[in-house]
Design a protein around this ligand. Structure first.
Ligand SMILES: Cc1ncc(COP(=O)(O)O)c(C=O)c1O
Length: 358
């Protein structure tokens, strides 16, 4: 017999890639990078292939040292996992359960809720204000049973961000018994303007998560990392599947994190193409917020309009992500891809809006 709480769980929803037959599909649905990883990472991955007969170093010593050098953090506090997805899942497994509740915001990243379901932990959602996290709503939703608070900053799917000072203030007001997990999957896109939050980890009840999937262009490699207080790290490590990052991926990440210039260029290119796309979309009267990430959330007047725009884009092979699963059925999330792809997407939307809104 399947465990009851698993039997009741819906499968984790991923993008739906159907396009008309004969049309070449381009994904704008999974917030992947607009360019390939650093050439140094590709070279390192190729070189690592010859070591494939051996299991990877389970402690990822070289990778942790490389991350530590690039981000100025203590390598002993770093825990690596097969994407930040593995880390989120293991954190929940370690600390949440039927009487240890999970708290996140209304439009918080879907995996937070999904991970809570896996351990039969109730997941409370604090309302957002104008599709941005409200720390006061989160604080109001805390109970004596709240054990984990997940906050993606910037947020997915909203793309909105709190300032790091707001997060610091939030941490001081959050009760000590709540472990705060700040998921900075898109942190590199926002970091040029901010003092990082890594020092919060020293206070013992905050975890900061990062990933190689976005700004480093290594989504296929499945490499995430987090900075953990020692006691938290010790428990979560027990739940990570041993050697879950393969040697080739680890080698690619080691080289990628040493090539900060390439990563920063990727972020700059992304921001330029993203902001051009936002300007174009607004110029034909569609609504979207400024984004701090590698995606743009377009808000239509209603679900019907969003579905019609989705269909028009799919006709041209462009697959974006419908947001019905988040209760945002009137929105489409569009990953920022190469400039020529985004120009085509904007042209399709312009033509569609002229016809649809006529
Ligand atoms: C907020 C957030 N956290 C985590 C992830 C998962 O990242 P990874 O590829 O490292 O598992 C994503 C992926 O889209 C994300 O948007």
């Amino acid at each position: 017999m399947t465990n009851q709480h698993i039997a009741k769980m819906p499968p984790y929803a991923l993008a739906e890639f159907s396009v008309p037959s004969g049309v070449v599909m381009t994904s704008l649905a999974q917030n992947e990078s607009l360019r390939a990883p650093s050439p140094l990472a590709i070279k390192a991955g190729q070189a690592a292939l010859v070591s494939s007969a051996a299991y990877p170093d389970p402690d990822y010593h070289i990778l942790r040292t490389s991350i530590s050098n690039a981000y100025g953090v203590d390598p002993d506090l770093i825990l690596c996992g097969a994407g930040s997805m593995e880390l989120i899942t293991c954190i929940t497994h370690a600390f949440a359960g039927p009487k240890a509740r999970v708290l996140t915001s209304e439009y918080g990243y879907a995996l937070f809720k999904n991970s809570a379901m896996k351990v039969a932990a109730p997941c409370d959602l604090a309302r957002e204000v104008s599709q941005a996290v409200s720390t006061s709503a989160l604080l109001q939703a805390v109970t004596s049973e709240t054990r984990l608070c997940f906050l993606a900053n910037p947020g997915n799917p909203t793309g909105t961000a709190l300032s790091n000072n707001e997060i610091r203030e939030f941490r001081t007001r959050l009760p000590e018994h709540v472990l705060l997990i700040v998921d900075e999957a898109y942190g590199e896109f926002a970091q040029a303007h901010e003092q990082p939050l890594f020092d919060l980890v020293d206070h013992g009840n905050t975890v900061i998560l990062r990933t190689f999937s976005k700004a480093y262009g290594l989504a296929a490699g499945r490499i995430g990392w987090g900075l953990f207080p020692p006691a938290t790290r010790e428990q979560v490590q027990k739940l990570i599947i041993p050697s879950s990052i393969c040697t080739v991926s680890a080698a690619m990440a080691e080289a990628a994190v040493q090539d900060q210039i390439y990563m920063q260029e990727t972020c700059k290119m992304t921001a330029q193409v993203r902001d051009e796309f936002i300007r174009e979309v607004r110029s034909f009267n569609l609504t979207c917020d400024d984004s701090h990430t590698n995606f743009v959330l377009i808000r239509f007047s209603n679900n019907e309009m969003s579905n019609a725009a989705d269909a028009a884009l799919r006709q041209q092979g462009l697959v974006t992500r419908g947001m019905g699963g988040y209760g945002l059925g009137h929105c489409l999330r569009v990953t920022v891809a190469a400039r020529e792809v985004m120009t085509t997407a904007a042209e399709v939307l312009e033509k569609w809006s002229r016809e649809y809104l006529r």
